[in-house]
Design a protein around this ligand. Structure first.
Ligand SMILES: C[S@@+](CC[C@H](N)C(=O)[O-])C[C@H]1O[C@@H](n2cnc3c(N)ncnc32)[C@H](O)[C@@H]1O
Length: 402
């Protein structure tokens, strides 16, 4: 199989992350096209797909298109899939896994479409090689095929990723309500952190530490896929593994083990800090992050410039609303007490609570945490922001209970 042919590559992402993903693609030299809320397309060949898997922070999967048809039934799907030269793309000795989306009047259960696709691939293999390959229900260690069937149109892809890129592998112990790693990276990229090499990152209310760890990886210019071993493209037929090693060597040359960046993470709950430390150790950035167990207002701060980014509870999965009103008000008061040259941002799933911060955001960006529509609220702190009445009101208030 010659993998040097250019095809259409579709990159999937969480809702609200497509803007950050396009920025990443441009920085890698691609021309993003056909953008939807959860996908961005580029042209490229298999080596490009490898590079995207290695470098993209905000993507879930990199899908390499192999064919597209118009069909009317699951029988048509079987016939279309059986025409394709799977024996050239896949290896008979490695199991294959089929996943995807199927929405058509003729089928009630999308799993039926996946099953018909699986049968077609196996039957084609038997016809062409005399041997039936195994299929598997999980993407681990498998070659992966994705199908996207909507109304009459069906596209077949080789999913070059397998286990989604959001599973970075460092978070064995999530604390309550963790952000997905790819969403955390998209938030940081949307905020353009670091705006200057000197800008510090402060992550109060860090929970399992996802934002601080992703910030550390960005500061290190670490390709997020550098240490990951299993990618579905490695299980395709005749893959240029030397090219893959060269891409990783190039990424290692760009990696800076110890960038001179101030990164801090704090949380009021000792088990959250223990968990964030463990995760940071697995991500190999424990020494880059200053951890503190304290109320967010006690987090030791460096001199500006800095970005303070927090993801407080927002009542959907944690916390009680009334207590949270006081918490959000006190976040605003604390922001107002900061010096100029500080940027502050809050990621929340509760807009009425966000308004309690009492500052006018310079930006309100919709982003989704799973199915929940959230907002990234960004504030610039300047001298006029300080309100002496509010500072007095919250100066003596005890920290909200957790
Ligand atoms: C939604 S979780 C953060 C999740 C985090 N973004 C992650 O990816 O794991 C909110 C965190 O705020 C912490 N918290 C609540 N009130 C606090 C306070 N007053 N000071 C510091 N941390 C607080 C909680 O312990 C919890 O870990």
């Amino acid at each position: 199989m010659d993998w040097s042919e250019t095809t259409w590559i579709v990159i999937t992402c969480g809702r609200g992350c497509a803007g950050a993903l396009q920025g990443e693609l441009r920085a890698l030299g691609f021309d993003p096209q056909e953008v939807s809320p959860t996908t961005v397309g580029v042209e490229g060949h298999l080596q490009d797909a490898m590079r995207l898997n290695l470098w993209l922070r905000t993507a879930n999967r990199v899908l390499f298109e192999v064919a597209g048809f118009e069909i009317d039934s699951a029988d048509d799907l079987y016939a279309a899939a059986r025409e394709l030269p799977w024996e050239m793309w896949l290896r008979g000795d490695i199991p294959f896994h089929v996943h995807g989306v199927a929405r058509h009047d003729s089928i009630r259960d999308p799993r039926f479409a996946l099953l018909r696709c699986k049968d077609a691939i196996a039957d084609r293999f038997v016809e062409q090689t005399g041997a039936r390959p195994n299929s598997t229900s999980t993407p681990d260690g498998a070659a992966c095929i994705a199908l996207y069937w909507k109304e009459r149109s069906i596209q077949f892809f080789l999913d070059t990723t397998g286990v989604p890129l959001s599973h970075r592998g460092y978070r064995w112990k999530p604390w309550t309500a963790p952000l997905r790693e790819t969403l955390a990276a998209a938030i940081l990229l949307e905020l353009g952190w670091p705006k200057t090499p000197a800008e510090a990152f402060i992550g109060p209310m860090c929970g399992s530490g996802t934002l601080a760890i992703e910030a550390a990886w960005i500061a290190q210019r670490r390709a997020p896929g550098l240490e990951r071993e299993d990618y579905a493209f490695l299980h395709l037929n005749n893959v240029d593994t030397a090219a893959w090693r060269a891409l990783k060597d190039e990424a290692r040359q760009q990696f800076m083990a110890a960038p001179r960046t101030w990164i801090a993470a704090s949380d009021i709950a000792p088990p959250a800090i223990a968990c964030a430390r463990d995760n940071a150790a697995r991500a190999d950035v424990e020494n880059l992050i200053r951890f503190h167990t304290c109320d967010f207002r006690e987090t030791p701060l460096p001199k500006p410039p800095m970005l303070i980014l927090m993801n407080p509870e927002y009542g959907e999965r944690l916390g009680v609303e009334e207590r949270l009103v006081t918490l959000y008000e006190s976040i605003g008061t604390w922001f107002k007490a900061q010096n100029q040259d500080t940027r502050a941002a809050v990621f929340t799933g509760n807009l009425p609570l966000g308004r309690k911060i009492g500052l006018r955001p310079v930006r309100r960006l919709p982003m989704w945490n799973g199915d929940l529509e959230c907002r990234l609220l960004e504030y610039n702190i300047y001298e006029g922001t300080r309100d002496p009445r509010l500072l007095r009101k919250h100066a003596s208030a005890p920290p909200p209970e957790v």
